[in-house]
Design a protein. Structure first.
Length: 126
C-alpha cells in the first residue's frame, strides 16, 4: 500500500490546472503545496524536500527540465520521485520521461485516476 499523507509539490504555471491537480491529490489524502513557477518551487524546497514532485514541462520562467536538474543537484532531493506534466505528445511515454530524468509523465488532459495511479505507484515502498 502507498504512504498516506505524502508531501507533494505541484508546479504548473496554469493556475487552474495547478489548483485542479492539488485538489485531486488533497482528496486522495496528501499534503500538497501548489506553486505556479519553477523559481518559487526552488525557493520552497530548501532543506525539507517533498515526498514527490509533479511539474509541468513547459513553463515560462523555468521549464520542468530545468526544475528537475536543480532538484537533482540538491543532495536532499536526489531520490525524490518526479512526474512531468505536458500537453506535448511523447511516443515513448514513460521511457521518454525516464530518459529526461523523471520517473513518470502524464499527458494533458489526464484523469484524476491516472494521476492518482501514477502517484501511488511512485510512493510505494521499494
Amino acid at each position: 500500500m502507498f504512504r498516506a499523507m505524502a508531501r507533494i509539490l505541484v508546479i504548473d504555471d496554469e493556475t487552474e490546472q495547478c489548483d485542479h491537480i492539488a485538489g485531486v491529490l488533497r482528496t486522495a489524502g496528501h499534503q500538497v503545496q501548489a506553486l505556479t513557477s519553477g523559481k518559487e518551487a526552488m525557493a520552497s524546497i530548501g532543506a525539507a524536500p517533498p515526498d514527490l514532485i509533479v511539474c509541468d514541462l513547459l513553463m515560462p520562467d523555468m521549464d520542468g527540465q530545468q526544475v528537475l536538474e536543480k532538484v537533482r543537484a540538491n543532495p536532499s532531493c536526489k531520490s525524490v520521485p518526479f512526474i512531468f506534466l505536458t500537453s506535448m505528445r511523447f511516443p515513448g511515454g514513460r521511457d521518454e520521461a525516464k530518459s529526461m530524468g523523471a520517473q513518470g509523465i502524464l499527458i494533458k488532459p489526464f484523469t484524476a485516476q491516472a494521476l492518482n495511479d501514477l502517484v501511488n505507484g511512485l510512493l510505494k515502498p521499494a
